[in-house]
Design a protein around this ligand. Sequence first.
Ligand SMILES: Cc1cc2nc3c(=O)[nH]c(=O)nc-3n(C[C@H](O)[C@H](O)[C@H](O)COP(=O)(O)O)c2cc1C
Length: 199
Amino acid sequence: MGFLNKLFGTTTKEEETMTNPKLKIGIILGSTRQGRVSPQVGEWVKGIADQRGDADYEIVDISEYNLPFLGTTDGTEPGIAAWNQKLASLDGFVFVVQEYNHSITGALKNAIDFAREAWYNKAAGIVSYGSTGGARAAEHLRGILGEVKVADVRTHPTLSLFTDFENGSVFKPADLHQTNMTAMLDEVIAWSGALKTIR
Ligand SMILES: Cc1cc2nc3c(=O)[nH]c(=O)nc-3n(C[C@H](O)[C@H](O)[C@H](O)COP(=O)(O)O)c2cc1C
């Protein structure tokens, strides 16, 4: 029961927002190439997440920010500031990670490098795909996230290019991933809420 409720015997939308605002979780698409499958995976994640009603989930598409390669410009491109503002507005993340040469994409690494404090003290889950579920890329990402003070949760849905995609391009996830997604999102929400208290 909140303080306005105690005073007036009612709760208001404003009070709820003041005392218990919904967490904002960004579902970050890690690939930017033409023909990428990450939007399909991101929409699947969002579909599962939205049913929970426990946070505001949104797709965050790196390609929309037109980030240059770090260090090749004077840093005044509006996309750089917009990228930082978007990250700063979020409490946690779900990274949609694809394996490129046993690691994450250059685009995702570049986008991570383009922010600093906007990442700090937030939580993240990883859902990855590749020939071996994108496991190698996901493990590389965990090391990087530690450096930008993002706490990565343990549960990690891994999607196979062979069994969860038709012809490697049409996303048809096996039912079993739903359970892992729920567990991962439970952890992201718990840690995102906890870390918010120290920012
Ligand atoms: C440059 C490049 C390197 C790749 N290297 C790997 C790899 O090391 N391991 C793997 O499992 N898949 C690898 N793949 C396959 C990708 O995981 C697959 O194409 C996936 O769909 C890429 O994600 P995207 O469609 O969202 O870009 C590679 C793909 C590209 C384009």
